[in-house]
Write a protein that binds this ligand. Structure first.
Ligand SMILES: NC(=O)c1ccc[n+]([C@@H]2O[C@H](COP(=O)([O-])OP(=O)(O)OC[C@H]3O[C@@H](n4cnc5c(N)ncnc54)[C@H](OP(=O)(O)O)[C@@H]3O)[C@@H](O)[C@H]2O)c1
Length: 329
């Protein structure tokens, strides 16, 4: 099985519409998962330094490339400029560290992970104040950081560059001031947070969109709990309409949720470390949702943001923090 659908960037390069997400997986889990994902036919891998697994992913990629089982150009690797190094002078050293860890010469897509900047301690841990809130750096300058991102293309360290968690206004500010247009905006997108306005805007501006947490990010509950955040999060796989539609196609709720996303012309990067679920998530190209089923799924929108970064307590004070939804309105 392989991902047979691609999104074409404004620079002509293509990204497989389905990839594997890698957040919240240990080194051991991710090594097994990436091996299984490559065997299953995945070629698009989404990671980030804050997931702390680039080295483990790099070990698997090296094994596959050294063994001649894959060529570098067969792969589509995405990583990100983390929130603590969201400053122009940190862009190049930060991507070089990711490339060293991934054992690659270039990444296919490099994203500014968040529109805001947070601070870290000397040991690299996030800097929390005595009251438990995170220290922010309010001086974030997207236009200056973007100029540094553009240099990565000239230097051959990234094939394409983009953003993540950016609002319409933040993307527009870059478009007004760039030499190279962002190729992609990676945002939370699923049936309960459809962000139609943002997605339509990005498409009109030829900025492709990738949906993160497409299955509702069950794993986030553990992270929320670790910072004392108690929150009832929905189970997207248990929504009645989704279950009915999936039964009608002999597919699983996860497959229906993913198919709906790619039919919207948006890429999806579901995370799984389970080989069967990995295969299942890629096996979505052999059925079609009817217009009535699509309408039913579109009607489920609740503007319910699951990954609103409130595990960084106090980040909403950053001038570039824009998320508004049920939980933090
Ligand atoms: N740019 C950003 O700020 C940002 C933020 C969040 C996420 N991301 C990226 O997006 C990726 C995906 O988002 P996510 O990890 O938050 O959540 P997700 O992909 O929506 O959900 C992952 C959860 O669903 C489970 N799962 C996967 N496939 C399943 C299936 N077929 N049936 C039932 N359960 C299934 C996984 O468990 P098992 O592993 O046990 O299968 C895991 O608990 C991340 O891994 C990361 O790469 C980016």
């Amino acid at each position: 099985m392989a991902c047979t659908k691609f999104l074409t960037f404004n620079n002509g390069l293509k990204m497989p519409i389905l990839g594997i997400g890698t957040w919240q997986a240990s080194d051991e889990e991710i090594e097994t998962a990436i091996d299984a994902a490559l065997e299953a036919g995945y070629r698009h891998i989404d990671t980030a330094p804050v997931y702390e697994n680039e080295k483990a992913i790099g070990r698997v990629l090296k094994r596959w490339l050294d063994a001649g089982k894959l060529k570098r150009e067969d792969l589509f690797i995405v990583t990100k400029l983390p929130p603590p190094t969201n400053r122009p002078h940190e862009v190049e050293p930060t991507i070089k560290k990711s490339l060293a860890d991934l054992q690659l010469e270039y990444v296919d897509l490099y994203l500014i992970h968040t529109p805001f900047t947070v601070c870290i301690n000397e040991d690299g841990s996030f800097k929390f104040k005595a009251d438990g809130t995170i220290e922010i750096d309010p001086t974030t300058n997207h236009v200056a950081t973007w100029a540094a991102m553009e240099k990565l293309i000239e230097k051959g360290l990234a094939k394409s560059i983009g953003v993540s968690n950016f609002s319409k206004e933040q993307v527009q500010r870059i478009l007004n001031n760039c030499k190279i247009r962002p190729a992609n905006n990676q945002v939370e997108h699923h049936v309960y947070l459809q962000q139609r306005d943002l997605i339509d805007y990005c498409k009109a501006e030829k900025v492709t969109v990738t949906a993160y947490s497409p299955l509702g990010s069950k794993g986030i509950a553990k992270l929320n709990a670790s910072v004392g955040l108690v929150r009832e999060l929905p189970d997207l796989l248990d929504i009645e309409e989704v279950k009915q539609i999936s039964a009608g196609h002999g597919k699983t709720p996860a497959q229906v949720l993913l198919r709906w996303i790619i039919d919207c012309g948006v890429a999806a990067i579901p995370k799984s470390t389970n080989p069967n679920r990995l295969k299942q998530n890629l096996d979505i190209f052999d059925f079609e949702l009817s217009p009535e089923e699509v309408a039913k799924l579109c009607a489920l929108d609740q503007n319910l943001r699951i990954c609103d970064f409130s595990f960084f307590r106090g980040v909403e004070k950053h001038p570039e923090f824009t998320f508004k939804n049920k939980f933090n309105n």
